[in-house]
Ligand binder design. Structure first.
Ligand code: GLN
Length: 556
């Protein structure tokens, strides 16, 4: 632990879903472009200890860090936009704060005092921020979840108010992300919600320094001046955060308005290198000018609830960037797929992917989709549950293991291809009781996995409760499937693949968590490449069929 040098606190006003996480991540990206070292932290006011037990349908994806923390999906944005490597300490909820306080109270650490929100809860929050400070960091960016005005976020706002007092004004910058809505009936942008939200913040003692105003359109100069006047913010610090076609454009948009310069001015930081966003700009250029496109079918329990598969969607996009190819996603509800309908539902896809998941819903449909991909030689990528269903399909349909399953879905299956991790024997609680975080995986030489990674040792992040039963390994591999990745101690199978197929691979880990726009994850890049070859082959086959049809018509 070092001392906190400079802090940026990001709050949100008016409504939720304004993209505070992207805003915080973009500020991190901009400051890194000035040669500063940053980290980011999310303080979440809800009472769950962590989002691990929350439904991705409600809360969005659970993002897993190297150290195995189950965190808010905003940490995914932070890692994708910056070089920060985050840990458990970078996502703290009210539940976690109270858990610590109550443990101290039971131990008698408070020496008979009454334990109160101020100072005990606020002190614990400030400690959580200080905990992530290290000597090599220049700036800590702290995002406060929720919206100003929520009851549950009050202790967090009070804590950051105190921090500004303790660290000094020149070491703290408050950024408030707010909304300037377009009222169609009046044909006008309205500043009143922003004024109210800032008023609310000031009532708790926080004067924002920078306003990031989310708008659908441009923010005219007179409106910026009006907001600056009413909210007591410098004119150039009223920033228009317009909707953009890709979240990766946000840093450029903020850069154009000099947000990094404004922050550095408040921090009194001079003589920093000029902004260098060359690599980022090149990436945006690749994204804007794709040379071709592919369509990947994602066979999930949930159908594209925007945030449920956030990192997966980003990783597929990054995989496309590696080849200058635009990746379109087609979401197919697993439950709707049957053997009879598979061709009709999946026939136009260039690649098929079954993502991670829990629970029995849709499993049989996933198995049918995988069977289709195997037989029709469509590139297939199985992630975690998608690897398990891939092996189950193979066990049932190729190795003749009737009713083979995972005990997660059929506890009485005659062929337990997957069972509960041996290390979890006797553990029934659901919170934080999985195999989590980054583990070393050894790859088998001359396999698709080894070729994709270009290395025989990789670290990937996990989040699962069931493991492959190695008693069945001989049976599975005797028919051709290859175990191409395993833990160094030989305990867990991590990757399986089929050699006599253009691209058919499943991994027990979640490679999507480590993919970045500037560093596409190797398996995703390889998979999208294979999908593109399939796309081209399909196009050639269609052309040939058309030519044949044409000839036949002429001859007759
Ligand atoms: N439900 C499976 C397990 O717990 C897969 C988990 C996942 O896909 N993340 O092992």
């Amino acid at each position: 632990m070092g001392s906190v040098k400079k802090c940026i606190f990001v709050t949100g006003g008016v409504v939720s879903s304004l993209g505070k996480g992207i805003a915080a991540a973009s500020l991190g990206c901009l400051l890194e472009s000035r040669g500063l070292r940053v980290t980011l932290q999310k303080l979440d006011p809800y009472l769950n200890i962590d989002p691990g037990t929350m439904s991705p349908f409600q809360h969005g994806e659970v993002f897993v860090t190297d150290d195995g923390a189950e965190t808010d999906l905003d940490l995914g944005h932070y890692e994708r936009f910056t070089h920060a490597r985050l840990t458990q300490a970078n996502n703290v909820t009210s539940g976690r704060i109270y858990e610590r306080i109550l443990a101290k109270e039971r131990r008698g650490d408070y020496l008979g005092k009454t334990v109160q929100v101020i100072p005990h809860v606020t002190n614990e929050i400030k400690d959580a921020v200080r905990k992530i400070a290290t000597d090599d960091l220049d700036v800590i960016i702290v995002e406060i979840g929720g919206t100003v005005g929520d009851i549950e976020s009050l202790p967090f706002l009070e804590a950051i108010r105190q921090m500004r007092h303790e660290l000094g004004r020149s070491n703290c910058v408050f950024v408030h992300v707010t909304l300037v809505p377009w009222i169609a009936a009046a044909g006008e942008l309205k500043t009143k919600p922003t004024q109210h939200s800032v008023k609310e913040l000031r009532a708790i003692g926080i004067q924002p320094d920078i306003l990031l105003c989310r708008t659908e359109t441009d923010l005219p100069q007179e409106l910026r001046e009006k907001i600056a006047l009413f909210c007591d913010v410098d004119k150039d610090a009223v920033i228009a955060a317009r909707d953009v076609e890709s979240v990766y454009r946000v840093p450029m948009n903020l850069a154009q308005q000099g947000v990094d310069d404004i922050i550095l001015r408040y921090f009194g930081m001079k003589d920093l290198p000029k902004r260098d966003l060359t690599a980022w700009e090149e990436m945006l250029d690749r994204m804007k000018h794709p040379e071709d496109e592919v369509t990947i079918g994602v066979i999930g329990k949930y159908v594209d609830y925007e945030d449920s598969y956030k990192s997966l969607k980003e990783a597929l996009l990054h995989g496309g960037l590696a080849h200058k190819i635009q990746v379109h996603l087609r979401w197919v509800e697993a439950e709707s797929i049957t053997r009879e309908t598979a061709h009709q539902q999946l026939g136009e896809l260039d690649g098929i992917l079954v993502p991670g998941g829990f629970g029995t819903r849709g499993i049989e449909g996933m198995i049918e989709a995988i069977r289709y991909a195997r037989l029709e030689k469509v590139p297939y990528f199985g992630i975690c549950l998608g690897m398990q269903t891939m092996v189950i399909e193979y066990g049932r349909n190729v190795c003749g293991l009737k009713d083979a399953h995972s005990t997660e879905f059929d506890p009485g299956t005659p062929h337990r291809l997957f069972f509960k991790l041996r290390e979890l024997k006797g553990v029934e609680d659901l919170g934080g009781t999985m195999r989590l975080g980054s583990w070393l995986c050894n790859l088998k030489p001359d396999t698709l996995a080894a070729q994709a990674y270009g290395s025989l040792e990789v670290h990937e992040r996990h989040r699962h409760r069931y493991e492959f039963n190695r008693d069945y390994e001989k049976e599975i591999t005797s028919k051709g499937m290859v175990v191409s990745g395993e833990t160094p101690d030989g305990m867990y199978v991590e990757i399986c693949e089929l050699p006599d197929h253009p691209w058919f691979l499943g991994c027990q880990f979640h490679p999507e968590f480590k993919s970045k726009p500037l560093e596409p994850q190797p398996l995703f890049a390889s998979f999208v490449g294979a999908a593109y070859r399939h796309h081209q082959a399909r196009a050639r086959a269609e052309e040939a069929a058309e030519a044949e049809q044409f000839l036949r018509v002429r001859i007759s």
